[in-house]
Ligand binder design. Sequence first.
Ligand SMILES: Nc1ncnc2c1ncn2[C@@H]1O[C@@H]2COP(=O)(O)O[C@H]2[C@H]1O
Length: 206
Amino acid sequence: MNWIEAVGYLGTALTIAATAMSTMIPLRIISLCASCAVVTYGILIGSMPVVLTECIQIPFNAYRLWEMVRLIRQTEIASSGDLTHEWLAPFGTKRRFRAGQTVFSKGDAADELFYVENGVFLIPEVGIEVGKGGIVGELGLLSPGNTRTASLVCLQAGSALRISYSEVKQLYYQNPEFGFYFLKLTSERLFQSAKGGERIAAGDAI
Ligand SMILES: Nc1ncnc2c1ncn2[C@@H]1O[C@@H]2COP(=O)(O)O[C@H]2[C@H]1O
């Protein structure tokens, strides 16, 4: 076997390895390496169909790889809670609350969540205060019968964006980063409640 054939076999081996892979990022990286080896081989043996096939595949693989890396980066940002306002603001309807006002009570029917813009709110059952940037009222979307798992009372006058559950669902299906953030937020709160109501401030980064 001469070195030109060795380059060709390297391309074959990498192509087979990529086909066998189940995780997307390594698959795309190995596919790109395979294409580079096969293009080199195609040039060395003067085969335009081989070169052309791989040159068409390279941008597709590179684009999909970029998409996956971007999604993972956004998901990381999402899980730190930085993008919530950006996501929710276009859907929200502003509502003002005065000190002492009950926003909702435990057991009420739930069909919306709140993104706190300012003021301070209290969840009396767990003794948690929710301030600017906090999300509250999301568990009703998942609770049996869609009822509130706790109450919410306004401590210091402020405002919150109301986002209906149907809009939350739209956002969930259309925006995987939001979906992941929502999953993390709700599961952290449910885990904490199950552990005995340890404090997770509703505005805390998760
Ligand atoms: N342990 C908890 N930590 C933080 N927030 C909570 C906790 N339990 C309930 N909540 C919030 O209080 C809200 C009450 O209404 P929901 O059940 O719709 O959604 C609930 C959560 O947003």
